[in-house]
Write a protein that binds this ligand. Structure first.
Ligand code: UD1
Ligand code: UDP
Length: 377
């Protein structure tokens, strides 16, 4: 019997973390030939994930350049993927989420008239510039997708509202929870991080926060660390030079502020599990931290992930200096407020998302005779 040839296309750290469980699951089926193509929109931050999950890409476009623009990424990925798709000719291309690699991957597959499966489909803020350019990357990918793997029922409802055929949507849970459950261990030993105090873990990278919004956040962090001697900030700084410059200016020489390179996923996920509080503008961290019972203050004005806000573990606070300072201070000084946010809930997944995605794919291709049971949150 001819195998179903499935090509997974990804390029950045979060896509790799969230596609790794899918790639590992695809390998389990003798009816599937799994091929991996990375754009390498990220380089070091991608490679550490590939190594952790032991994934060896069949194609690597190596497109990253320092300070790359959206035009650089889109055009290099699109031209590179044209050649890859011609060479491999898969039956299905799987893309993930909302990066520029995602959109270029879906567009390249569509130009080749190859079926597109969109993992983590249907998240929306309804604001085309927030997050930028992710909201439009996700919507445009959705317009090209033949199969939509929605992580939650809210994401499915967004797609139904846009007129997507219900038969083409599967609620699967988010694969980030699969990856997290495979990675966090109570007895994890840290090699490069010293945890002696209450840890506030911080990450920032969103394009719409570059410059002044990030500066405001860092000024608020400076006030917090100066006011609370029992607090230490651990801040793995994103590789983007535009992020690093402002971080170094505002937080470069402070006691109990530990600026480090991005951590590999394994220590990072385990550090989340040890943190007291997390401040971030990351999408993935908003999904992971609630599953570990860690309060998250989201440094953004909008979120396409309302489930954890509704569950009470995540608060959307924006980037205003006073608001960031006050919000963090409340959680450090008011145990009742802290407790309310620190209950472990996992509205994003149960650790079986990849299994559902691959089963849904096999069912659509008449290799399995029943679809998987959907994730309910
Ligand atoms: C990208 C995605 C964003 C995603 C984020 C996750 C787009 C437009 N943006 O944003 O959706 O949330 O990744 O982190 O798709 N760099 C390195 N080494 C690396 C990675 C990045 O040096 O391993 C530096 C390079 O100078 C690069 C810059 O960071 O040019 C920015 O990378 P880029 O992928 O363009 O944007 P991100 O902000 O990382
Ligand atoms: N992460 C990591 N090391 C770090 C910071 C984050 O491995 O130093 C992981 C994090 O656990 C999550 C993912 O990277 O799974 C989120 O990536 P990022 O914030 O870059 O992108 P986003 O999720 O916002 O697209």
């Amino acid at each position: 019997m001819r195998k179903l040839k499935v090509m997974s296309v990804f390029g950045t750290r979060p896509e790799a973390i969230k596609m790794a469980p899918v790639v590992l699951e695809l390998k389990k089926y003798s009816q599937i030939e799994s091929v991996v193509a990375v754009t390498a929109q990220h380089r070091e931050m991608l490679d550490q994930v590939l190594k952790l999950f032991n994934i060896h890409p069949d194609f690597d476009l190596n497109i990253m350049s320092e300070g790359q623009t959206l035009f650089d990424i889109t055009s290099r990925a699109l031209l590179g993927l044209d050649k890859v798709l011609t060479a491999a000719n898969p039956d299905v291309v799987l893309v993930h989420g909302d990066t520029t690699t995602t959109f270029a991957g879906a567009l390249a597959a569509y130009y080749h008239q190859i079926e597109v499966g969109h993992v983590e489909a249907g998240l929306r803020t309804q604001n085309k510039f927030s997050p930028y350019p992710e909201e439009m990357n996700r919507r445009l990918t959705g317009a090209l997708a033949d199969l939509n793997f929605a992580p939650t029922s809210t994401a499915k409802e967004n797609l139904l509202r846009e007129g997507v055929d219900a038969n083409k949507i599967f609620v699967t849970g988010n694969t980030v929870i699969d990856a997290l459950y495979q990675t966090v261990r109570a007895d994890f030993e840290f090699k490069h991080v010293d945890i002696t105090k209450k840890v506030i873990l911080v990450t920032t990278h969103r394009r719409e926060n570059l410059g002044e919004p990030m500066r405001q956040v860092y000024k608020a962090l400076k006030s917090i660390v100066e006011e609370f001697p029992d607090v230490e900030i651990i801040f793995p700084v994103h590789k983007n030079p535009k992020v690093r410059e402002v971080v170094n200016e505002e937080l470069g020489k402070l006691d109990r502020v530990c600026l480090i390179d991005p951590l590999d996923y394994e220590p990072f996920a385990n550090l989340m599990n040890k943190a007291t509080l997390i401040l971030t503008d990351s999408g993935g961290v908003q999904e992971e931290a609630p599953a570990l019972g860690k309060p998250v203050l989201v440094l953004r004005d909008t979120t396409e992930r309302p489930e954890a806000v509704d569950a009470g573990t995540v608060k959307l606070i924006g980037t205003n200096q006073d608001t960031v300072y006050e919000s963090a201070k409340i959680l450090l000084t008011n145990p009742d407020e802290y407790k309310k946010m620190a209950e472990a809930r996992s509205p994003y997944g149960d650790g079986h998302a990849a299994e559902r995605i691959v089963k849904a794919l096999l069912w659509r291709h008449k290799i399995l005779n029943a679809p998987p049971r959907e994730f309910t949150n």
